[in-house]
Design a protein. Structure first.
Length: 85
């Protein structure tokens, strides 16, 4: 197609709309969302981190601190139930 030409938006005569089945908007949106690891941070936190590298550096530092203090091991276990008595 040359620049400036518009593609015809109509179906070719050999195709019928019924041949394509039911169309569902957002059919795969939930699966896409589950596979994504995008995190939205609050605007006031965002001001402290100008780019993704600074966020990653801060989180790595926090992980290292948690590992060195043994906090990460305690956080990964489910909390113990206290005996009532």
């Amino acid at each position: 197609m040359k620049k400036g030409e518009r593609e015809n938006d109509e179906l070719r005569p050999e195709y019928q709309r019924e041949d394509f089945g039911t169309m569902v908007r957002g059919k795969h949106a939930a699966r896409c969302k589950e596979a994504s690891n995008v995190v939205v941070i609050d605007p006031e936190v965002q001001k402290a981190f100008p780019n993704e590298q600074s966020v990653n550096d801060a989180l790595r530092g926090l992980l290292e601190l948690a590992r060195s203090t043994g906090l990460s091991k305690r956080m990964s276990r489910p909390p113990r139930k206290r005996a009532v008595g």
